[in-house]
Structures are given as C-alpha cells and as structure tokens.
Design a protein around this ligand. Structure first.
Ligand SMILES: *Cc1c(COP(=O)(O)O)cnc(C)c1O
Length: 409
C-alpha cells in the first residue's frame, strides 16, 4: 500500500521525531501538534533576513512585504476549509477568535439567550461559552445547553441533536459545535445542523480545531455563520501557531454588527490616515485587531504550500484508506479490553480513532509509548491515534497495530 501511495514522497518533507534507538517514531499525534515541514526554517529565516537588512522598510520592501503578508495565505486557507476569499482571514489564536466572533454572533436577548455546545466539549470552548454567558448577565446553568450522548453510547446521534435544538428553539441564541469532536473523533453533519439551527432562528458557528486540514469542509456551502480553527494541529504551523477565521459572506458587510475593533480591521485604503472613526473592512478581515506576527504567518505559509502541493482531495482520499486500514487491524485484534469509540462510518470521522481501554488501564498506553508510538491518553480512558495522510505511512499503521497486539498479549 505504501508503494501504491501517490502521496508517499510528502513524508520526506517533514521532520519525523526519532525514538531513542534512532528509528522514526510512529507519530500519531498530528491531531495535537502537527510535525515541522523541512521548509519552515527557510520561510522564517527569509523574514529574519529582511528584518535584519531592511528594518521598518520590510513592511513594503521585504521579498514578501509584511504589510499585506496575511493576504498571501488567504487563498490556500480558504481552499482548506471550502470558503470564499472574502470569508477567510488568518489571525490571532483560536480561543481569542472564538471570543471575538461571539462578541458579534452571540447577541442574547431576555428570551433567546442559550448557547448549545457538546457535553465534554474541549475545555477552552466550554470556558469561552460560559464566560460569554456570564458577561451578558445570564446564568451558565440555565443558558449553557449541553448535547450528551445517550447512556451507554459514545457519540451524539443526529436525531438527538435535532430534537434538543427544536425543543429549545425559541431560547437558543447560538449553536457552537466542534467540527470533529476532539475526544471521540466524531464528525458532525455541518449542513444539517446549520439548517436545523437556522430554522429555529439561531446563529450557528463551528470550532474546526480538529477538522481543518483533516476532513473535507465546505464552509461557504454549509451556510454556517462563522467558524474558527487553530493551525498547529493538522495544519502544522508549529506550537501556538496563528489561527484561522471564517465569517459567511452574508455577514461580511453587516457593519452594524457589534464587534471589538482594532486598526488592522480598518479599511485598508485609509488605515494610515489615523482617523478616530473606525471603518471596518468588508469580509472576515474586518475582524482583525493587530498587525499580525510575520514569523507565525511564515511558518503557516510553509505548511500551506505543502498542502497545496499535495491537494486536499488527495489527502482526504488517502486519509480514508489509512484510517480504514487502522480500523481493520484494530478490529482484527479481537480483544475485549479495547474498543474503538469513533464512528465506523467514514463520513462521520476524520483520520483519528479513539480507542477506549477497559478499566482505564493506563499501563497499555505506557507500554505502546515505550515501543516508539507517540499517541495520547485522554482522561478518563481513551488512547487517541491519528494517522495523518501527509506524513504517516501504511507501515506506521501496521507497526502500531502489531505493537498494540503484543502489548495486550
Ligand atoms: C486544540 C483546541 C483548542 C485550543 O485552543 P487555543 O486557543 O488554540 O489554545 C480549543 N478548542 C478545541 C476544540 C481544540 O481542539
């Protein structure tokens, strides 16, 4: 299968961490921190060099002028998430962006004030939503509506999501779901959730931290109101890398929407007139605050160039085979101490599989880690493994399954 893999050469474009014996680690945590493209250093060094030789003039005279630098990433980022150029901007980091977007898109009233999230959503999303609720003077107990799987089940059922939204329709201000749940690996049906939410008069946004660069996204067509994602997971921008934002074009010129403003969101043509009056740029760019960190942009650009060369469609096609192969091998182990809680339907997941370990036995995780597997343990009882199509091989998957099987034995 590796010989047949049209994307196999991309593994060589990344630094693969080594085990103590000098062999490549089996790196299955691209869902947590993507690996470093070998070109990242050059991209950053170019900017260091221009700063060294040009000083402030680099804003206009650098090889890649810093003034419009963020625009150099817009098209590639828009392609990764299926958005229009005017709907996409790269800025800040994820939780910051969730707050900025909620300032505009969570506008509670006395009767419509609830936020729907997943029970067990990523903690930062829970904190962000709860603090927005409190900021507007509502009680979290009452206003935070959590979608939980049925007792004895791991993933959310589409019909239960729908039922909760419809039953609470009049009181929901915002639905904010992950694109792919970080714990179970379950992917949601964006379009369907947006349809149901909009029919009830709610705003619908997505946190795509585990979806961007992992699954096929059609943000524009999904009709979602907004989305935000980080770029250090599947998008390989490096720890704390600069994040991405989507605002649907129907809001792009809604200049009356409340927003927290900064000079980088101000109309480009007049930004340097230093006027008192804030004139927002149309589109997602109008939500920017500060002039962006160029080294961060350079690091993300290095990775987006690799994504473009590989092609999102090809990556997703390989991803389905790679994860399907992993699933096949895991099922073939036939051991009741492990079970995959990620949906078996490939339309309802990305590359990650979450393996529940009976009795939360963390020793199994320690044992596979000792054998050169870089996976992660998520409390209470799950090992997450994410074979990433850009740099993981079918051999990685095969070796992992063998190691797991031996450790169980
Ligand atoms: C990784 C992740 C975060 C992290 O937020 P930062 O602001 O980038 O630290 C937040 N939410 C979700 C769903 C995540 O997966």
């Amino acid at each position: 299968m590796d010989l047949d893999d049209r994307l196999k050469q991309f593994r060589d474009e990344f630094y693969i961490p080594k085990q103590s014996n000098g062999e490549d680690a089996i790196y299955f945590t691209g869902n947590s921190l993507g690996l470093q493209p070998k070109t990242t250093k050059d991209y950053i060094e170019q900017e260091l060099k221009d700063w060294e030789t040009l000083g402030v003039e680099g804003h206009f005279k650098a090889k890649n002028s810093w003034m419009p630098y963020h625009e150099f990433l817009t098209e590639q980022m828009a392609n990764v998430v299926g958005a229009k150029l005017s709907e996409t901007v790269v800025m800040n980091s994820l939780t910051v962006n969730l707050h900025l977007l909620m300032v505009s898109f969570y506008r509670p009233t006395q009767t419509r004030y609830k936020i729907v999230i997943e029970a067990g959503a990523f903690p930062s999303d829970q904190y962000a939503a709860a603090s927005q609720i409190k900021f507007h003077g509502f009680g979290v107990e009452d206003a935070l509506l959590e979608l939980a799987p049925r007792v004895g089940e791991n993933c959310l059922r589409a019909e239960d999501i729908e039922q909760t939204i419809v039953e609470n329709g009049d009181s929901i201000a915002l639905i904010l779901l992950g694109g792919v749940n970080y714990y179970t690996g379950q992917k949601f049906d964006f379009q369907k959730i947006v349809e149901i939410g909009h029919a009830q008069g709610a705003v619908v946004g997505f946190d795509l931290a585990h979806a961007a660069g992992n699954v096929e996204l059609n943000l524009h067509d999904s009709n979602a109101d907004f989305a935000a994602w980080c770029s250090y997971k599947y998008l390989n921008a490096g720890p704390g890398g600069i994040a991405g934002v989507f605002v649907h074009e129907r809001h792009g010129e809604a200049f009356d929407l409340p927003r927290f403003a900064g000079w980088w969101g101000h109309d480009k043509a007049t930004r340097f007139f230093m006027d008192k009056q804030f004139v927002p740029m149309p589109g997602a760019e109008g939500w920017q605050l500060s002039n962006p960190p160029i080294f961060q942009l350079a690091a993300l650009k290095a990775s987006l160039d690799v994504f473009e060369a590989a092609g999102m469609k090809n990556l997703i096609e390989k991803s389905k085979r790679l994860t399907g192969y992993l699933e096949f091998l895991l099922n073939d182990i036939h051991d009741e101490r492990i079970s995959v809680i990620t949906p078996a339907d490939e339309k309802m997941r990305g590359c990650q599989l979450s393996i529940r370990v009976k009795d939360a036995d963390k020793n199994l995780f320690k044992a596979v880690s000792d054998k050169g597997v870089v996976a992660d343990w998520r409390e209470p009882d799950v090992i997450r493994v994410a074979p990433v199509p850009l740099y993981n091989s079918f051999s990685d998957v095969y070796k992992f399954a063998l190691i797991l099987k031996n450790c169980l034995a």
